[in-house]
Design a binder for this molecule. Structure first.
Ligand code: ADP
Ligand code: ZN
Length: 603
């Protein structure tokens, strides 16, 4: 047991437990075992044995009589009866009176039971604890169980590795990481002047924006080995395994330095330690081990750790302090130019028509991440194959945007005639309200073919370049547009459907943000009423105001949405003819493009 390293609890603790078990055993179990030897008999047997002078020793207790046979190898007990002549008769039978009848068994057996057995239990517990602690400490002895080795994959350096040129867009991130590549190429240049590289770099951004790719590209550009492991892989069933994996990973990495260690989803282990009872012991130990390893290696030993996360605010501050992950590289969703480049990079891997307009597709796929764009290109190729064509066309790509974002067309979902009419009016309602407010093309395209995602219609929004600021009027118009679908149902059918649930959600979100976040309520001036968490994952927010204010905010939100809803209804009533005409067109053709829409509107 002397190979046990840094046990969490002192050894004495476990021996204490063992000792307690031993004492309890002696107190509770031993008398029971002793009693086993005593056979209970009825009073008649006792009397008969007395008459036959078969009683050896006898002890008269308050509530029972203990006695042995003549040879003394058996002990009996019986209850007490009112028997006045008993003492005389026993005396006459030659029984010996004693105050302590020997109920014990043979000395050898006794020693075995009282000492040897507890000793065995004692040692057993000790062994078990020691093993458990060793596993906890993740020491060498855990290896004999075949556990505790990290699964860090080693990517052998190769010229076929990913380079920065494979990562389209993300120019700022690439620029930031170029320094790391230079350092890995020529650490001496940095050592000379005494500069030390950051040990850890955090790549922060929404899912599918190319964080993993960037990390690989750094390794590829610098031509160094690339170790990669996901944060969730550290969190194992057994406490201590994660820590052991971290230690192992860094041991491997140091041997291969200079190199890149990439930890994906670092939030899986790096979450804030809240110190609450019943917290995740394993995760904290793993995180502590990671911190220890990062502190452990001296500034310039050539191991650079890149980590990716999409919830930077949930990370433990200890991870972010200088000397650990002190540099942060944002990897944002691509802008129009970025999307176009990503599409082009991926289009190189498939056969496409020469006249494909990538800019147009990039514009249509506004808000798509790099991973989604890669998926769009692949879907286009699949679609071309399905149709027996040799090259993917513009149409394939356009249809694929809808497939990736809204799901496949649901071939067998048949809308009733009335439903189809309602959907057509609903979608045109949105578009018409949008068009009338801004006097511009409201959408790229509207289709009313049901999608596997559950959407009954699909509207492809237009995006003209990048847009960083939104005025109050623009947001209000947007809310009105969201309510336009429901407003059309009201104006035309006088009844409403469940089709507007998503619109309602979005309109509410915008209205609430206007009041709580953008200071556009008038009443609250420039006071923030909520804070945003999870910026990269949809952005949940928490209210930071009193209950009264909350009630007031709710009231304001309702007022705001209501006003825009009324405005939308009014626009539709004023343009009822166009609403009918456009809806009829969409109902018949199932698809309407932005140009067709404007042509009908302006005719
Ligand atoms: P993340 O790690 O940010 O979730 P990945 O790096 O795993 O995203 O990207 C997933 C896939 O998306 C990549 O394999 C690549 O095909 C594609 N991709 C994402 N961003 C880009 C980009 N900027 N350039 C080219 N392809 C990209
Ligand atoms: Zn709608």
């Amino acid at each position: 047991m002397n190979e046990v390293k840094n046990p969490k609890k002192p050894l004495i603790y476990y021996y204490g437990i063992a000792l307690l078990v031993l004492i309890l055993f002696n107190f509770l179990a031993m008398p029971y075992i002793m009693q086993e030897r005593v056979e209970e008999v009825d009073y008649g047997t006792f009397m008969t044995m007395t008459e036959k002078k078969d009683v050896g020793e006898v002890e008269l207790q308050d509530n029972q009589i203990l006695f042995s046979n003549k040879s003394g190898d058996k002990v009996y007990k019986t209850g007490i009866l009112n028997d006045p002549g008993l003492v005389d008769r026993l005396h006459a039978s030659g029984a010996k009176f004693t105050s302590e009848i020997v109920t014990e068994m043979s000395p050898a057996l006794s020693i075995l039971l009282t000492w040897a057995l507890p000793m065995l239990i004692f040692i057993g517990i000790g062994q078990y604890m020691a093993r458990k602690m060793a596993r906890k400490a993740g020491g060498q002895n855990s290896m004999m169980f075949g556990m505790g080795k990290s699964n860090a994959k080693v990517y052998v350096k190769s010229s076929a590795g990913i380079k920065f040129s494979d990562v389209a867009g993300e120019d700022e991130a690439k620029e930031n990481l170029t320094e790391i590549v230079e350092y890995l190429h020529d650490p001496g240049k940095y050592k000379e002047i005494g500069a030390s590289m950051p040990k850890g770099i955090l790549l922060v951004g929404p899912p599918g924006t190319g964080k993993t790719m960037l990390a690989k590209a750094v390794a590829g550009e610098a031509d160094v080995p690339f170790f990669s492991i996901s944060g969730s892989e550290f969190v194992e069933m057994f406490v201590g395994m994660g820590a052991s994996k971290v230690r192992d990973l860094f041991k491997q990495a140091k041997e291969k330095a200079p190199c890149i260690v990439f930890i994906d989803e670092i939030d899986a282990i790096g979450k804030k330690r809240d110190g609450q009872l019943g917290g995740n012991d394993e995760r904290e130990q793993t995180l502590n081990q990671l911190l220890t390893e990062m502190d452990g290696f001296e500034g310039n030993n050539g191991v650079i750790i890149l980590a990716a996360t999409n919830r930077p605010e949930s990370l433990d501050p200890a991870l972010l302090r200088p000397g650990r992950f002190d540099r942060r590289v944002p990897v944002e969703l691509p802008d129009l130019k970025g999307r176009q480049e990503i599409l082009q990079v991926h289009a190189k891997k498939i056969r496409v028509d020469r006249n494909v307009d990538f800019l147009k597709i990039a514009r249509m796929a506004s808000g798509a991440s790099g991973a989604e764009l890669a998926n769009i290109v692949n879907e286009a190729a699949l679609r071309a194959v399905r149709d027996g064509r040799k090259r993917a066309s513009q149409e394939d790509l356009e249809e694929s945007i809808e497939v990736v974002i809204a799901g496949y067309q649901k071939k067998n979902a048949i809308l009733t005639d009335q439903e189809k009419r309602v959907v057509a009016y609903h979608e045109i309602g949105h578009a018409l309200v949008a068009a009338k407010q801004t006097n511009s093309v409201p959408v790229q395209k509207i289709t009313i073919v049901p999608r596997t995602s559950g959407a009954l219609g699909y509207t492809m929004q237009i995006e003209e370049g990048n847009h960083y600021l939104m005025s109050k009027e623009e947001i209000e118009n947007k809310i009105a547009t969201f309510t336009g679908g429901r407003a059309a149902e009201e104006v035309v059918f006088g009844s409403i459907t469940t089709g507007a649930s998503n619109d309602i959600e979005q309109a509410t979100k915008l209205a609430r943000a206007m009041i709580t976040k953008y200071g556009m309520s008038g009443e609250f001036d420039m006071v923030a009423m909520e804070t945003t968490t999870n910026q990269y994952l949809g952005g949940d927010s928490t209210l930071t105001c009193s209950a009264q204010t909350q009630a007031l905010i709710d009231k304001k939100v309702v007022e705001l949405v209501k006003k825009q809803h009324e405005k939308a209804g009014q626009i539709l009533v004023e343009n009822r003819e166009k609403l009918d005409e456009l809806s009829r067109y969409l109902y018949e053709k199932e698809t309407i493009t932005g140009e067709e829409f404007m042509k009908i509107l302006n005719s």
